[in-house]
Design a protein around this ligand. Sequence first.
Ligand SMILES: Nc1ncnc2c1ncn2[C@@H]1O[C@H](COP(=O)(O)OP(=O)(O)OP(=O)(O)O)[C@@H](O)[C@H]1O
Length: 295
Amino acid sequence: MLTVRNLSKTIEGKKVLDDITFTIGKGSIVGLVGRNGVGKTTLLRTLVGILDPEQGEVLYEEENIAVKPEVKRSIAYVPDSTATFNGYSVKELVRLYKAIYPEFQEDFFYSHMKEFKLPTNRKVRTFSKGMKALMFIILAISTKAKLIILDEPTNGLDAIIKRQVLQLLIGEVSESELSILISTHHLDELEKIADTIMMMKEGKIESIITMDNAKEHFKKVQVVFKGDYPEELGQLQNIVRINQIGRVHTLLIKGDTENTMNQLNTYQPILFEELPMTLEDMFISALGGDDREGH
Ligand SMILES: Nc1ncnc2c1ncn2[C@@H]1O[C@H](COP(=O)(O)OP(=O)(O)OP(=O)(O)O)[C@@H](O)[C@H]1O
């Protein structure tokens, strides 16, 4: 449904997007994760045509969005900041959305506003952060766009509303076969809803893996060696030591996990135990561990 090919973008002399290529299929929920400042928002803004790519292309159902802007109607974007719309009333926003999205479902919008107890006779400015975030998600779903792109959508939502919003999104995916691309730092939420995780590092896509495959690509283990932690293992780039209590080391392994586990075993650890892996662990093992000088 969405094909992104060799997308690059430089802002103020810095390559913020560097040769990005990926596809999103129908009915898929893709989580875009990465550390602060790696280019997630820039990527999303480029996908929806707010920013122009310097190289590469974005195709929706084989149509280039730069050449055929009307295909943008099939994509709804919820930015991380909606301050631009503060001066609008809810009714004015609905009018604006109807003008952009001919299939906008007004009844659906108002019934969901009511369900979430959101007022419809006020200016957006008077909404709390959470109310605003929720309304823009409802607006996006009401467009009936086939692809919804969300930048940090659950920021400011309380735990109960958050759960309801995620359920609403999942419900739409299974009912209408829409696809969702969601950028977030809330890995625990993403873990529950995403089928694919796309990790970004320094403007590049570091990895794209399905949640089903994730367990093969990432492992978390606890090991105890007779002596010190073997120096050679310390040199391996795909092992991140996340914790050490006495001689018990907790390690995150990425990539060729089977080979690395075998390598660990050659040092004859006196304890070697695999632990359950979370998306946060995967994030740390893929993208963490390089903050210190010289790393
Ligand atoms: N308009 C701009 N002018 C200058 N630099 C910019 C601009 N927009 C983005 N950048 C730079 O591009 C890089 C990527 O920014 P971006 O907002 O895309 O990151 P992000 O991954 O969304 O970060 P975060 O997780 O903190 O929201 C950063 O170094 C940022 O400073």
